[in-house]
Design a protein around this ligand. Structure first.
Ligand SMILES: NC(=O)c1ccc[n+]([C@@H]2O[C@H](COP(=O)([O-])OP(=O)(O)OC[C@H]3O[C@@H](n4cnc5c(N)ncnc54)[C@H](OP(=O)(O)O)[C@@H]3O)[C@@H](O)[C@H]2O)c1
Length: 362
C-alpha cells in the first residue's frame, strides 16, 4: 500500500482518521499549516509530519508530490480544496476529501478531464456526507431508470443516548455552514437547475428506521452529487435538525443569511464556534446512529424507496475514510467521481454498523 497524506490532520476529524489509519497499520504523513499542532499529534501517533501552507503553491506541490494520495480533512473546503486539487493534478496524486459543500463539488468535478489525463482519481465527499446517501441513491435509482424526482432525507445524529446539546457537531462542520449559507442558501434541483428556497420552508415528516422525524430542505452535498450519479433532474435533500432550529429557521432564517453575508459577522461566528464546539464526545460517536432515506418517482407516479442506518456520522467518516483510501490505492481509479461511481452502491455495506432496508416493519 502506497504512502498517503492527511491534510488538516490536526482537526477534529483529521485526528480521528489519523488514529484509525494507525489502527489499520498505515503510516500516513500528517500535514497542515501549524507546526505547533502537528508536532504533538505526530509524536503521539509515531508518524511523520509536514508543515505546509496552502498559500505556498511550490511547497504544497512538493509535499503532495511525495505521496500517492491526499485525504483532505481541512475545512471549510471552499478555502482548502482548490489549492490541494491543483497540487494533486500537477504532481499526479489522487485526491479525496470529506466536503459537503456544493460549490466545492462543482469545482472538483470541473477537473474531470484533467484528472483522467493525469490518471488520478478526484473523489470529494467520502465522509458521512455523502458516501452513504450517494450509495443509497444509486441503489434506489438503479431500480427505476426513468425516475424524474429524487428525495433524500438525512438524520445525522439519529439514535443513541448522545450528550449535551452542543455534542452533535464539530467546529469545522459548523464553520463550513457559516461560510456556505450566505453564498448558496438552501438549494434544491428543479428541471436540472439549482434553485434557492426560503430557509426553513418545506418542512415535512420522514420515517427513518429508528423514528419518524421532522426534516427541512438543506443544501447537503447530494443536491449536486446525486445529479452527477443519476442524472435525475429534480432533487430535494432534507436534514433532520434540532427542534429549536426547525422552529426558528422559517422566522429568522433570512435574517441570519443576510447577517452572515457580512465578513466580520462570519469571522465572529467562527470564533464563537471554535470556543463552543469541541466536536462529538466519544460516547456520542460510539452510541449514536445515523440514517438516510431515499425515494424516487417517475412520470407515472410509481415510486421506489430504501433506507440506510449507519454508525454516527463522524464515526462513520473515520472508518469509511481509511477503507476508501485503501480501495483507491489498491485500484485503478481515474477522473472526478462521486463515491458511488467509484465504489458502487454496495461498498457502504462493508462499513461496520451499516444496514440497508428495502422496507420498514409497519
Ligand atoms: N463529510 C462528512 O461527513 C464530514 C465529517 C466530518 C467533517 N467534515 C468536514 O470536514 C471539515 C473539517 O471538520 P473538523 O470538524 O475536523 O474541523 P476542525 O476541527 O475545525 O479542523 C479543521 C482542520 O482544517 C485545518 N484548516 C482549516 N482551514 C485551513 C486553511 N485555510 N489552511 C490550512 N488548514 C486549514 C485546520 O487547521 P488549523 O488548526 O491550523 O486551523 C484543522 O486542522 C469541515 O468542513 C467539516 O464540515 C465532513
Amino acid at each position: 500500500m502506497g504512502d498517503w497524506m492527511i491534510y488538516g490532520a490536526t482537526g477534529y476529524t483529521g485526528k480521528l482518521v489519523a488514529e484509525e489509519a494507525v489502527r489499520r497499520g498505515h503510516k500516513p504523513l500528517l500535514a497542515g499549516r501549524s507546526a505547533a499542532k502537528l508536532r504533538p499529534l505526530a509524536e503521539s501517533l509515531g508518524l511523520e509530519y509536514a508543515v505546509v501552507s496552502l498559500d505556498d503553491a511550490d511547497a504544497l506541490a512538493k509535499a503532495v508530490g511525495s505521496v500517492e494520495l491526499v485525504y483532505n480533512a481541512a475545512g471549510p473546503f471552499i478555502f482548502t480544496s482548490d489549492p490541494i486539487l491543483k497540487a494533486c493534478l500537477q504532481t499526479g496524486v489522487h485526491y479525496l476529501d470529506i466536503t459537503g459543500e456544493v460549490p466545492v463539488y462543482q469545482n472538483a468535478y470541473s477537473y474531470d478531464a484533467a484528472a483522467r489525463e493525469k490518471g488520478i482519481a478526484i473523489i470529494p465527499g467520502v465522509g458521512f456526507d455523502v458516501l452513504p446517501s450517494d450509495s443509497l441513491i444509486k441503489y434506489v435509482a438503479n431500480q427505476m431508470p426513468d425516475a424524474l424526482y429524487l428525495e433524500v432525507a438525512v438524520d445525522a445524529l439519529a439514535g443513541g443516548s448522545g450528550g449535551s446539546a452542543n455534542d452533535g457537531l464539530s467546529a469545522g462542520t459548523a464553520k463550513s455552514m457559516v461560510e456556505l449559507l450566505p453564498t448558496i442558501g438552501t438549494l434544491e434541483r428543479r428541471n436540472t437547475k439549482l434553485e434557492t428556497l426560503r430557509m426553513g420552508s418545506g418542512q415535512r415528516k420522514v420515517r427513518f428506521p429508528h423514528a419518524t422525524k421532522t426534516v427541512m430542505p438543506a443544501s447537503w452535498g447530494d443536491v449536486e452529487v446525486a445529479y452527477r450519479t443519476t442524472g435525475i433532474p429534480n432533487i430535494k435533500v432534507y436534514l433532520s435538525l434540532p427542534p429549536m432550529l426547525m422552529t426558528l429557521s422559517p422566522i429568522f432564517g433570512s435574517l441570519l443569511v443576510n447577517l452572515l453575508k457580512i465578513k466580520s459577522v462570519r469571522n465572529f461566528a467562527s470564533r464563537q464556534i471554535e470556543r463552543m464546539l469541541p466536536g462529538p464526545s466519544e460516547k456520542t460517536r460510539l452510541e449514536g446512529r445515523s440514517a438516510v432515506y431515499v425515494s424516487v418517482r417517475n412520470g407515472k407516479g410509481e415510486t421506489r424507496e430504501a433506507w440506510l442506518e449507519t454508525l454516527e456520522g463522524y464515526q462513520f467518516t473515520m472508518i469509511a475514510g481509511v477503507r476508501v483510501v485503501e480501495r483507491v490505492l489498491d485500484g485503478n481509479f481515474k477522473g472526478a467521481l462521486t463515491p458511488s461511481q467509484a465504489f458502487g452502491a454496495d461498498f457502504v455495506l462493508e462499513i461496520e454498523g451499516t444496514t440497508r432496508y428495502d422496507s420498514l416493519p409497519s
